[in-house]
Design a protein around this ligand. Structure first.
Ligand code: ZN
Length: 491
């Protein structure tokens, strides 16, 4: 276990954890949202973030403070916590974003880490190279080498109690991301941002984002706290948490408010287009859309930012509860319906079901089959793996119907889509207690047929009979030829 991070509960790849931030003398419960504070613009004051929204941690940019004479002097004199008036933990960014936007910055990792320590940052960031998506492999690898050198510089820097983050780069090359994760994990640094994913999210490439995070996670240890850097839209939090991300930073709440945009968990709406406010936060219960539109600019921006934050924090709480209840993937399935590209993200997540399965609890409260994607969930993957270890008799009936009264077979196992066959003794155990719609879909039947195929392949000596409820020919094609078939709906 990493000293600063402890995992309390898990569901799929998601977890509730505790990040200990020694310099702030506090513990932050994850998944956590870090509102981004621009030290020059105070849309919602940090004090209000703590008192009204319950923010335990925020993030601001040490490079902006460093580059502004007045702010720098004040930060050095008063310290960051007094400067911002924030009682929780403060993470600082280093100027890497400015580096990626403008091509150069005028500080080194050593300088900016020393500065972050001097101003009282609790979690500092070295100057990594945020390599954009789709660049040449040569460039991604060369940038990564520079980032890794800087992590090594950060490791040797005198940082005291301050935690230091180790960004994971590698552009859209999964093997580079995995290698970067492994290298970062090998340092003694503390928090692991997956960097340069903002361009992917801006282009709605949630599938590529999931692949990038999955690759980084393969390299990082399971106990590494992972920050999805620049991800602030509540629509995608559930997906990212299910992949194993623990920290999010949101500039979106303020940036969107400035453009009269209203965040929801189903996407962004223009305030001008709203006739109703689908939210019960203090802002939305006190105003109609017309009233919000009629407010003076600064006031409207502030009210919209407050709503955006409420909806963002509420989604984080909903996700935590889902992890506790064990229905995080049901929530991800709901959120995936917000936009076709989110569905691509969820389907890509299921491509990594075997990776998620390793951390998924063996038993949870419920498995609700709510879309054909459910057939590819980690629980189904695990059941098929388990089939390889179950012992079977010489003749075995696999049936969707009742057990036969005759002694024609040594035993009769149940068959339930999407899992496939299992001994009746297991029927009360998770996930075989799943709630599945009576109108089964093709994906569930195919997964069940694949379960049969797995069992047959593992037990070549056994004679199998499958009694099914009218499975279509295309599904039955997945069942090995050696299996005798009985259609229970035939007479
Ligand atoms: Zn609201």
């Amino acid at each position: 276990m990493r000293e600063s991070f402890e995992i309390r509960d898990t569901d799929a790849g998601g977890r509730i954890g505790e990040l200990t931030v020694p310099r702030a003398g506090t513990t932050v419960e994850t998944p956590a949202l870090l509102p981004v504070i621009n030290p020059n613009l105070d849309t919602i004051s940090p004090r209000r973030l703590a008192d009204e929204f319950g923010a335990e941690i925020l993030i601001t940019n040490s490079y902006i403070i460093h580059g502004d004479d007045t702010l720098r002097e004040r930060a050095l004199e008063e310290g960051l916590h007094d400067l911002l008036d924030f009682p929780g933990a403060i993470m600082t960014d280093s100027g890497s974003f400015q580096l990626s936007e403008y091509g150069e910055i005028d500080v080194t990792t050593t300088e900016i880490l020393a500065f972050q320590r001097e101003i009282g940052s609790d979690i500092a960031t070295p100057v990594d190279i945020p390599t954009p998506p789709d660049v040449s492999r040569e460039r991604a690898a060369a940038d990564l080498e520079t980032t890794q050198e800087r992590l090594e510089v950060a490791e040797t820097a005198d940082t005291g109690e301050m935690l230091v983050s180790a960004p994971v780069q590698g552009s859209t090359y999964p093997d580079l991301r995995e290698r970067a994760g492994r290298h970062a994990d090998g340092t003694d640094l503390d928090v692991f941002p997956v960097g340069a994913v903002v361009p992917l999210m801006n282009d709605y490439r949630y599938d590529d984002m999931v692949d990038v995070v999955a690759a980084a996670k393969r390299g990082l240890g399971a106990d590494a706290p992972v920050h999805l850097f620049g991800a602030g839209h509540p629509m995608m939090f559930a997906l990212a948490v299910a992949m194993g991300c623990d920290l999010f930073d949101s500039a979106a709440y303020a940036l969107y408010a400035r453009d009269d945009r209203y965040l929801t968990v189903r996407g962004t709406r223009a305030l001008d287009d709203l006739e109703y406010l689908p939210c019960s936060c203090a802002v939305c219960t006190a105003h109609s859309p017309a009233e919000l539109r009629a407010l003076p600019d600064a006031e409207r921006e502030s009210e919209l930012a407050a709503h955006n934050l409420h909806v963002t924090f509420a989604e984080i709480r909903r996700i935590k509860q889902a992890i506790r209840t064990g229905d995080l993937l049901e929530l991800v399935e709901q959120r995936a319906r917000a936009h076709p590209t989110m569905l691509d993200g969820y389907r890509t997540l299921l491509d990594h079901a075997a990776q998620l399965e390793r951390r998924d609890p063996v038993s949870k409260g419920s498995f609700f089959y709510t879309s054909h994607e459910s057939a590819r969930r980690p629980e189904v993957v695990r059941h098929h793996q388990r089939l390889e270890r179950l012992s079977v008799p010489d003749t075995l009936l696999l049936t969707e119907g009742n057990a036969p009264r005759s002694d024609e077979f040594d035993d009769a196992w149940r068959v339930e889509p999407p899992f496939g066959p299992f001994p009746r003794a297991l029927s009360k155990s998770y996930p075989l207690t799943a709630e599945v719609p009576a109108r089964t879909d093709r994906a569930a039947l195919e997964a069940a047929a694949d379960g049969v195929a797995t069992l047959v392949a593992t037990n070549p000596e056994t004679t199998f009979t499958l009694a099914h409820e009218g499975w279509p020919a295309a599904v039955l094609e997945r069942v090995p030829d050696a299996v005798a078939l009985v259609d229970l709906t035939a007479n």
